[in-house]
Design a protein around this ligand. Sequence first.
Ligand SMILES: Cc1cc2nc3c(=O)[nH]c(=O)nc-3n(C[C@H](O)[C@H](O)[C@H](O)COP(=O)(O)OP(=O)(O)OC[C@H]3O[C@@H](n4cnc5c(N)ncnc54)[C@H](O)[C@@H]3O)c2cc1C
Length: 286
Amino acid sequence: MRQAYMPADLEDLALFLRGLPGNEAVYLVGLGSNLLVRDGGLDATVVFTHRALREAAVVTDAAGGEIRAAAGVACPKLARMAAVNALAGAEFLAGIPGTLGGALAMNAGCYGGETWNLVQSVRTIDRAGVLRDRTPGHYTIGYRSVVRRCREFPCVPGEDGRGGREEWFVGATLRLARGDSAQSRATIQSLLARRIASQPLGQPNAGSVFRNPPGDHAARLIEAAGLKGYRIGGAAISAKHANFIVNEGGATAADIEALIALAQQTVCSRFGIELEREVRVIGEAA
Ligand SMILES: Cc1cc2nc3c(=O)[nH]c(=O)nc-3n(C[C@H](O)[C@H](O)[C@H](O)COP(=O)(O)OP(=O)(O)OC[C@H]3O[C@@H](n4cnc5c(N)ncnc54)[C@H](O)[C@@H]3O)c2cc1C
């Protein structure tokens, strides 16, 4: 079965998951900002959380406060909510063009901030529609990586979400310290200005293609390998930021995958460093 599904709310999502055939692959998508879908499409039921799981509330206390948000809420909205309520530490989310669910799955971060540094608890749903509250201790959290701990999740799905005992994020409680509203807004403005100056935001892309290797930057290595601006079909290694691949018009996923492989091979043969993908590649070749 292949279908796209946007739940009306959490109860609707639980009912939907419960009703799916046991062997049906399910893939959750937030805003798709970290995804490359191969040209043959994805043979799965795709659940879109954005515009569906959208509730968000702020509760403040003497020390700071919490944002309780559903997985479909956009990260920039969370950054604004925190700033408006004089809560500090979520400013970096302003520059991440995805949902809270995607940020939890990726441990999205930038400019020194990381999603899971803020997480007090997450709420998950499984295929039977069962909801669970989990804490960061249930996961091994790393740089752009969130791995379920084996004792809690005996069988872990692969990158494409298949196999294993699946659970998806439906919301989280983020803990933030008391801050200063004007200062947070100024930080957000300056982070966004840095992004506009350094990233090819006017062209379709999926963000950083590779994780930065320890002590170095993927962009520096790709540029030093002479690949900045290199094209295959309609795809190009961005002339503005070498860790971005942009669609200059008519690019296929195969063009982009070929550029990814070329960057990995060239950087490895020139510098002996294996670049690891950050962007998730899913689906089947055409
Ligand atoms: C211009 C640009 C700039 C970017 N800058 C940054 C940056 O600075 N830092 C950074 O970390 N990333 C960055 N990204 C990448 C991307 O925005 C983040 O990875 C983001 O967290 C993805 O969120 P999403 O909702 O779009 O997730 P998607 O791309 O839709 O999904 C990403 C992964 O998360 C999984 N997922 C999504 N929702 C859920 C859920 N509810 N439960 C379980 N799994 C789920 C998906 O199955 C998929 O495997 C950038 C992307 C772009 C295009």
